[in-house]
Design a protein around this ligand. Structure first.
Ligand SMILES: [Zn+2]
Length: 719
């Protein structure tokens, strides 16, 4: 490893070690080679180019389509003591000239620029006079003409290769299937470059998809139960629905704002900045919102409508939990979504090939909604990420497995009802006929005398709708947009109607209610709450003074660690994730004095007193996330490179906090746990202190100290 890179990572950025492919990518770029980097959101993409830009001589140029975010990105680097600027249309000409001077005199290290600006002859000539350390092409998937983020300017970026043949180039993206990857390599002239593909897994995101009953009420329950004070995004398909939902959430007491392309520029700017700069704001938005939104502490992304493709779903849900903390991707969807999306597509003016690709994408999305196996596995499989395990333990299908039922008979009835009524009707009428509803429309068409009339009384109307929805998703039924959404049979139906094939469908069910998926804001323990609030207040006031978002001062991860580890000196504060030299100088004193106020209080110990070897910053929540992702203790220990004992300490803390049950950690029969509990109880004193050695002896050494202390943690929680 390049010594400088390691030192910059620690001293400037405040991290103790590289993650995933970061180190390899950085070495490649420092050595002057090109690379394509696919890294999931929150995987630390920007470090991959920022560190080489600091190590190599000259100024590094970051090409990004996201002008609105450049200011925050530059602010974040400035906080770290790095000379960074941006060039775009938002600057005055004097500011732009100043930036250009710093490019030329070599004092600037990082320059953010939009592709259209870069391609201007004036800019190219400016850069030709300067020393360039590296070109980083961010959001590189914008080069793909089939993608929804296509930017024509990106097609001209091969100019870099022609004009600056000796400057290394990094193309980076968080989303790209195999086809898009090939397109990026080809269009940017990177055929001979290294390709780094990190797993697409976002283990801290919990995926949940459920059928819609009453979307708004379901959303409200979800927010009230799990994210009452958290920042999040709610996606809707139409502008009208965005506004209605935002108003409704406001009326329910949430700090919610609408965002869509039809709002005045001023309003959009104001709402985006509110989301970035205040805590606990919910943005209700169309897909116009969010690309590149760099807010690390978004705790949930909720979809009230079905996204158009798995790519969109992955990208949109990926805006949650960039800081690696537990977050939720929650979605409701129903039959109407499917019909609406299919109609939108049929109406569009796009050419046939485009429509066909869109069609396949929608089918995959529907498939993801209806599967009964692990959602994460399916999602990762879609991106050709073969790291996927069969059972992630952190999606609704894993936590609360869906049931199947033999729907062969029901399917036959549903399909033949379409056939008997002439393939001219939509779902409500078909269900009415099946259930023998003798209403006006049925009479008008004489459908009370077709053979399928009243043969479906064994199922409720909702159950029939569920059958139809799944049959559309599976491609047995086609929705004809030119005939007002009439259902038509496809060739796939033949085998079922002839009795040659059976079919089992997913049982719709009441939604999973996860206990505690997020630990921030609403889940800080009571005794820590005051300190947590004090740290956040300090952060907010510093952020306000400087006109930057709070997370640019310190992320939630850093504050959580301060709360848990209680650093008391500058040296200890430096060990906290995200605290580097520059931030220590700027804010060290301010946060240490907040911590000092609380260090006097009862039953608080600094983890630095008891763990002299704590040179590596660890958080028990990472262990928790890994456990929830299906790993056992030895695996977690190996993955994190620490002793199993340490992992038990983490999990013990999780049990104490109510994040875990004892059975999640210790695989023992009920009787054994009871035996341990009895022994612990017998050895507790009046103040509920329990020493483990006598317990260990009472049980004849049958259980390890790690197991005993985990059971103790649960017992104490209940006491
Ligand atoms: Zn799963």
């Amino acid at each position: 490893m390049d010594i400088n890179a390691q030192k910059i990572l620690q001293d400037t950025f405040g991290y103790s070690e590289f993650r995933g492919h970061q180190e390899d990518v950085i070495n490649t770029a420092i050595a002057g080679n090109d690379a394509l980097v696919l890294m999931p959101t929150g995987g630390g993409k920007s470090l991959c180019y920022q560190i080489p830009m600091l190590v190599r001589p000259g100024v590094g140029v970051v090409i990004s389509p996201l002008i609105a975010l450049m200011e925050d990105q530059v602010n974040a680097l400035t906080q770290l003591g790095i000379n960074a600027r941006y060039l775009n249309s938002m600057l005055t000409s004097e500011e732009a000239r100043q930036t250009e001077r710093e490019v030329l005199d070599g004092s600037l290290k990082v320059l953010y620029i939009a592709p259209e600006r870069l391609l201007q002859p004036r800019t190219i000539s400016l850069l030709q006079q300067a020393t360039i350390s590296l070109f980083a092409i961010d959001e590189a998937h914008c080069v793909s003409q089939w993608g929804h983020d296509f930017r024509a300017d990106y097609l001209h970026l091969n100019v870099l290769q022609e004009q600056f043949p000796h400057v290394p180039r990094l193309a980076l993206t968080a989303t790209a299937d195999t086809q898009t990857r090939q397109e990026i390599l080809m269009r940017l002239g990177l055929q001979n470059s290294h390709v780094f593909v990190s797993g697409f897994d976002r283990p801290n995101i919990q995926y949940r998809i459920t059928h819609r009953e009453n979307g708004n009420q379901q959303l409200l329950r979800f927010l009230q139960n799990e994210h009452p004070n958290d920042a999040g995004i709610v996606y809707c398909l139409s502008r009208k629905k965005v506004e209605a939902t935002a108003e409704w959430l406001q009326a329910k007491g949430f700090n919610a704002v609408p965002y869509h392309a039809g709002l005045p520029m001023e309003t959009r700017k104001r709402h985006q900045s509110k989301f970035l700069r205040e805590d606990g704001v919910i943005v209700v938005a169309t897909i116009a919102f969010g690309m590149g939104i760099d807010k690390p502490d978004v705790r949930f992304v909720a979809h009230l409508d079905l996204p158009k493709s798995v790519e969109s779903y992955y990208q949109e849900t990926g805006r949650a939990g960039r800081d690696g903390e537990p977050s939720t991707a929650w979605m409701v969807y129903g039959l109407q979504d499917v019909i609406k999306l299919k109609n939108m597509r049929a109406d569009s003016q796009a050419d046939e090939q485009f429509k066909r690709i869109e069609h396949q994408r929608l089918e995959s999305m529907l498939g993801l909604c209806e599967i009964i196996s692990c959602r994460r596995e399916a999602l990762l499989h879609y991106f050709d990420d073969d790291e996927a395990k069969e059972h992630c333990g952190n999606c609704d299908n894993c936590i609360n497995p869906a049931e199947r039922w033999d729907a062969t008979d029901a399917t036959r009835k549903a399909l033949s009802c379409i056939y008997r009524t002439g393939q001219r009707f939509g779902v409500s009428h078909l269900v009415d006929v099946l259930r023998g509803q003798d209403n006006a429309k049925v009479k008008q068409h004489g459908h009370q005398s077709v053979s399928t009339f009243g043969i479906g009384n064994d199922l409720s109307a909702d159950q029939w709708k569920s059958v139809y929805r799944q049959l559309i998703a599976r491609g047995h039924i086609q929705v004809d947009s030119e005939a007002f959404g009439a259902f038509k049979l496809t060739d796939k139906c033949r085998a079922i109607l002839r009795g040659e094939e059976t079919i089992s469908l997913r049982k719709d069910r009441v939604e999973l209610r996860s206990k505690k998926s997020s630990r921030t804001s609403s889940h800080v323990s009571d005794q820590d709450r005051d300190l947590w609030e004090a740290l956040r207040e300090k952060r907010t006031s510093l952020a306000k003074e400087q006109g930057v978002p709070p997370y640019i001062i310190f992320g939630d991860v850093s504050l959580m660690e301060m709360m848990e580890r209680r650093p008391a000196t500058s040296k200890q504060l430096l060990m906290i994730t995200g605290v580097g030299q520059s931030k220590l100088e700027k804010y060290g004193e301010a946060f240490l004095s907040v911590l000092a106020e609380f260090n006097g209080s009862a039953n608080v110990t600094s983890s630095f007193d008891s763990e002299p070897s704590a040179d590596k910053v660890e958080s028990y929540l990472e262990s928790l996330a890994l456990l929830k992702a299906g790993m056992d203790v030895p695996m977690i220990a190996k993955q994190r490179g620490v002793k199993e004992k340490t992992i038990y300490v983490h999990l013990e803390k999780c049990i104490q906090e109510g994040e875990l049950e004892i059975q999640d950690v210790v695989q023992l029969p009920e009787e054994d746990i009871d035996r341990i509990r009895d022994a612990l109880f017998a050895n507790s004193d009046e103040e509920n202190h329990i020493k483990l050695t006598p317990v260990f002896e009472d049980l004849g050494g049958a259980f390890t100290y790690e197991v005993l202390s985990c059971v103790r943690a649960e017992l104490l929680r209940e006491m």
